[in-house]
Design a protein around this ligand. Structure first.
Ligand code: MG
Ligand code: ZN
Length: 186
């Protein structure tokens, strides 16, 4: 059975904002970010948002507000952890819960999936635990995550480190031509 490929993209510090919580009403994207999302879709990838938003648990925004925003940005679906920092859950990155749920829901081929994010100990570790490839962007927390906080996610390494989402997508699309499908190079 053919399985699909997907790219999971973090919000804060990856497609816009500064890495901190920003309400969907006032969040803005970096130049080119929406075009990059579209490039991935044109190349046949599902594009999913992958985000921890614990402020939802504090009533500072709703799941629906985030879902609506991600739909306007062109995402096929949003995987959002709304839980508080002290609530145990399987979905909050670095847990791989949201990724594994998506694999199940969309019959994804793990070896053809990527995660793009700005934080090592959440985005990169979640990808590592789910067995997906990963790209760290240097926007948002990316630079600090790659230097000062590198020891917090020593168990893995990004497949690529990109200046921003646009460079990340360019690299990803240059890789996908060598992805193995049913044992054959395509
Ligand atoms: Mg982030
Ligand atoms: Zn959660």
């Amino acid at each position: 059975m053919a399985r699909d490929k997907a790219v999971f993209i973090d919000r804060d510090g990856t497609i816009g904002g500064d890495g901190h919580f920003i309400h969907p009403d006032v969040f803005t994207c970096y130049d080119g970010a929406l075009a990059s999302i579209q490039r991935l879709k044109d190349a046949g990838y599902y594009v999913f948002a992958l985000t921890n938003q614990h402020r939802i648990s504090k009533g500072q925004a709703t799941m629906e507000e985030f879902e609506r925003q991600f739909a306007t940005f062109g995402f096929d679906q949003a995987y959002i952890c709304p839980h508080g920092m002290s609530e145990p859950c399987e979905c909050r990155k670095p847990n791989p819960g949201m990724l594994l749920k998506a694999v199940e829901e969309h019959q994804l081929d793990l070896s053809a999936c990527f995660v793009i994010g700005d934080v090592g100990d959440t985005d990169m570790l979640a990808a590592h635990r789910a067995g997906m490839r990963k790209i760290l962007v240097l926007t948002g927390w990316g630079k600090n995550s790659f230097t000062q906080y590198r020891d917090q996610w020593f168990e893995t390494e990004p497949d690529y480190v990109a200046e921003d989402i646009n460079e990340a997508v360019g690299w990803l699309l240059s890789q996908s031509s060598s992805v193995h499908i049913e044992g054959q190079k395509v």
